[in-house]
Design a binder for this molecule. Structure first.
Ligand code: ZN
Length: 276
């Protein structure tokens, strides 16, 4: 027997979360019920409509794990090292991203960029620079569609796998983590992430910096109860403008980094904080 084959760990099969498994079972029961007792079809249809409404509501709530695994805090080993993760979504942006990297580098810290692959193709130099400086370049979909959670299985696969290929080409390394546009997802996302070997990462807290231009308020939302293991979310594109006219994320970041340092915490990229 080939020794390599004998010791190889078979890839873990995708298993639905209890909520999704229950939903699949409900569809089967409703179908069988409607076949055996055709007069019951309004009940079967009602049950399926209620199930879809429940799954839709759960998908709108970014931090839950009911549709599949979802990282909202760094693991214990990382927390024990006093680490936090600062993440930037929607870039790269030729104006903001280089300044984010400068602010991080001035304090000796690194972060994670959840990039939109279509932007990354336009600014491949920025993605290469992120990777060269040790930041994380991760997957935030191909085109950041507002309808991402409504796509078919094939549509989700195209958005996630297409971004995976484009980002690997731009940065030189394949992403390990995925964050859906606006954090909104459907039950069809988890099997696609499993197939591509990606882990869903949302956040511990977000600053709502795309809507809020007050840097003190955005920083206070992110820093409330700051502790080891926190995953904080900002934007290096689409950030609201502060009173100074600068993107508010650029005014918030130095406050975050200084607060982390005072608390004895170290911002690191997700790929260092989360073991394979
Ligand atoms: Zn986004």
């Amino acid at each position: 027997m080939n020794a390599q084959l004998a010791t190889a760990v078979p890839p873990r099969r995708w298993r639905p979360s209890p909520l999704v498994a229950g939903s699949i079972a409900l569809h089967g029961l409703a179908g069988v019920g409607a076949l055996l007792a055709p007069a019951s079809w309004p009940w079967a249809l009602g049950a399926i409509a209620a199930d879809h409404a429940l799954l839709g509501a759960v998908g709108m709530w970014p931090r839950n794990s009911w549709l599949g695994p979802n990282v909202t805090r760094l693991p214990a080993a990382s927390r024990a090292r006093g680490e936090i993760a600062i993440t930037f979504d929607d870039g790269p942006d030729p104006e903001v991203t280089p300044r984010v990297m400068e602010l991080l580098e001035a304090r000796g810290f690194r972060a994670t960029f959840f990039c939109v692959a279509e932007r990354a193709r336009e600014h491949a130099d920025l993605c290469r620079e992120m990777a060269r400086r040790g930041h994380g370049v991760e997957n935030h979909s191909l085109a950041h569609r507002a309808t991402f959670a409504l796509l078919t299985l094939g549509g989700i696969r195209r958005e996630v796998a297409g971004a995976q290929a484009a980002l690997a080409q731009s940065s030189g390394t394949a992403p390990r983590f995925f964050r859906p546009p606006a954090g909104v997802r459907s039950p069809l996302l988890d099997p696609v992430l499993h197939e591509l070997g990606l882990t869903l990462v949302t956040w511990t807290r977000r600053g709502f910096d795309t809507r809020e231009g007050d840097a003190a308020l955005v920083a206070s939302r992110l820093l409330r109860g700051l502790a080891a293991g926190d995953i904080l979310m900002l934007h290096d594109r689409n950030s609201a403008r502060a009173a100074s006219g600068a993107p508010v994320a650029l005014e918030v970041l130095p406050r975050l980094l200084d607060a982390a340092r005072s608390a004895g915490l170290t911002p690191v990229p997700l790929h260092e904080a989360i073991a394979r």
